[in-house]
Each structure stands twice: as C-alpha cells, then as structure tokens.
Design a protein around this ligand. Structure first.
Ligand SMILES: Cc1cc2nc3c(=O)[nH]c(=O)nc-3n(C[C@H](O)[C@H](O)[C@H](O)COP(=O)(O)OP(=O)(O)OC[C@H]3O[C@@H](n4cnc5c(N)ncnc54)[C@H](O)[C@@H]3O)c2cc1C
Length: 289
C-alpha cells in the first residue's frame, strides 16, 4: 500500500515547527527518520494532511556535555550514538545497547528522539533512559518542560508528551562515582525487537550494589523499572540466596504481558534469567582496558 497524499514542510527553526504544530494540530505529524512513521503511513494507520520534517532543524541535533549532564539532541541518529566517543566514555550502556536496534541501515536514519517519543515497550532507548535516570526535554507553545523518564512513559506507546509538544533532547546525569552497567536482551533474530531485555546500572563495591536501577524492555506493556526488586538489592551483599530472592521478587513485581510468540509466564521466566545475567555482569571485576 502507499501512503495517502500529504503536504510537506521542512522548517529550519524550532519556532517554525511549533507554529506549524499549533496551526495544524492533529492533522500534522512530525517526521524524524521515518523508520516507524513511514510504515504506519504506508499501512494507512495514520493519515496526516501535513508532515513536518525535522531534518533541517539544527537545534535538535548534537551530542554534548553541558555542566553535569550529557545532552542528546532529539534528531541524533542511532548511528551517531553508536559512533560517539563521548557516549562511549560517559554512557557505555548506550554503546552496548545500540547494536541491538534493528540493522545499520535503519540506525543511520532512526533517531533517539523519535524512539523516545514513540515509546515502544520493546525498544532499547526508553529502557536505557530509565536506567540512566534521564530527563526528556519537551518544547511546546507554553515553553520548555523537563520530564523525568520515570514519569514520561505512561502506557502502551503512550507518553506524557502533550499533542502540541515535541521532544527536543534528552539529558543524562553524568555518573558521580564508578557506575557499572549491564545491557542484555533476547531476540528471535539479531535486529528484531526484544522479547525481553534489561538495562541495568549500579554503583558497585565488591559484591555490594548501591543506586541500583533495573529497567525492562519487551517484558510489559510499557518500558518500566522494577523498583521493588531494586529496593531488595540496594546496599546488600550479593550471594546466591539474594539473587534467588531477587528473581522471585521480580516475578511477583513485573506486569509481564504476552506477545504473539511468548506467554506472560515465559516472559517472567526470561526476565529472571536476564536479571541473573545482569547481576553477574554488574559485579564482575572491571578488566583493564
Ligand atoms: C525493520 C525495523 C526494525 C526495527 N527494530 C528496532 C529495534 O530492534 N529496536 C528499536 O528500538 N527500534 C527498532 N526500529 C525502529 C527504529 O529504531 C526507529 O528509529 C524508531 O522507532 C524511531 O523512528 P524515527 O526516529 O525514524 O522516527 P519517525 O518514524 O520519524 O517517528 C516516529 C514517531 O515519533 C514521532 N516523533 C519523531 N520525532 C519526534 C520528536 N522529536 N518529538 C515528538 N515526536 C516525535 C513521529 O511523529 C512519529 O509518530 C525498527 C524499525 C524497522 C523499520
């Protein structure tokens, strides 16, 4: 099928984008890399009369450190993140997660902001943003708003973003101590969306974890953290009994949902496997580079 006819605008300034959004309301759609939107247009799941292409808006680009945060412009592509030395230095979790996103051709076009705004429960970036305690910077006619990742994802493909707002960037607080991370996911084939995945961060001293954050993709109807399980692990010495307790706690806590190929029970089991692996990775002694 082909997309229905639509008008096309390619503004250069954020103010022009906001003016077009206000003028056209629900009849307009923002176009980032088109890696999700183009398919929904071709399948006629969405029939906007105007596409507002964000490619020429320089204010939405760039990856840089600003004070105590690393700011990722909404139009940064997955490939730019994959190739960024700044990201590798400050947030190796993202460098580890990015090869799991589709394939290079899609990563060359798909964007961080598009992925966050779309809020796919099985996507990698929303879970990473949760694990890194990130903040979404949104702009609308009433000005700028900063939304903690924890409050941003509200349901299945649902976010706190209002209809007249766009994501301009995400901010990740720079780690204060030696933060360790683990990213792992199970997918049917490389490049497929995750069946279940985990993005985990913690401060680690020996076998003791502090500031533990466990974020999940593919497991439930939305990207989410398992805060009860985090609480159980916080400040405790990791041993076999604690790991078993954490896996049980996670099973009770995660609102797993079946998809086309896996039952909710299978997902709960797989999440437990992912948790065990992540805890092992987090507490492995750091190897010299
Ligand atoms: C075959 C295939 C496999 C894929 N596999 C994966 C995968 O394994 N993991 C994964 O995470 N993703 C996967 N994707 C999706 C891909 O990562 C996309 O990059 C991602 O969904 C976002 O697309 P985009 O940036 O091109 O945004 P678009 O497709 O242009 O837009 C997506 C939606 O977000 C809105 N939007 C875009 N930018 C903004 C903004 N700044 N503010 C507010 N709203 C905005 C658009 O209006 C639209 O509704 C896959 C895609 C394909 C085609």
């Amino acid at each position: 099928m082909k997309a229905p006819a639509f008008a096309y605008a390619r503004p250069k300034e954020l103010t022009e984008v906001l003016a077009l959004m206000t003028e056209h309301g629900d009849n307009a759609r923002l176009l980032a890399g088109g890696q999700t939107l183009n398919a929904t247009l071709n399948m006629r799941l969405s029939e906007p009369s105007l596409l507002i292409d964000l490619q020429a808006v320089s204010a939405l680009k760039g990856i840089d450190v600003q004070g105590q945060v690393l700011r990722i412009g909404a139009m940064s592509t997955h490939t730019e993140i994959e190739d960024s030395a700044l990201i590798a230095q400050h947030f190796p979790l993202l460098t580890a997660a990015v090869p799991h996103i589709a394939h290079r051709a899609i990563r060359n076009l798909g964007t961080f902001g598009g992925s966050i705004a779309y809020g796919d429960p099985a996507a990698e970036w929303p879970a990473c943003l949760l694990a890194l305690d990130g903040v979404v910077v949104a702009r609308g006619p009433r000005g700028e708003r900063r939304i903690a990742a924890q409050d941003f994802f509200t349901g299945l493909y649902s976010t706190d973003l209002q209809e007249d707002e766009l994501v301009v960037a995400c901010e990740l607080p720079l780690a204060k101590g030696a933060q360790r991370f683990a990213f792992d996911e199970l997918a049917r084939r490389h490049g497929d969306y995750a069946v279940v995945g985990i993005a985990a961060t913690a401060q680690v001293q020996g076998q003791v974890l502090r500031d533990v954050r466990l974020a999940w993709l593919g497991a439930a109807a939305q990207p989410l953290r398992s805060t009860r399980t985090e609480g159980l692990l916080e400040g405790q010495t990791l041993n076999e009994a604690l790991v078993a307790q954490a896996v049980q706690c996670l099973k009770d806590e995660l609102p797993t949902e079946a998809d086309l190929t896996h039952s909710a029970a299978t997902k709960a089991h797989l999440a437990g496997v992912m948790l065990k692996r992540a805890l092992k990775t987090l507490t492995q002694p750091a190897t010299a580079a």
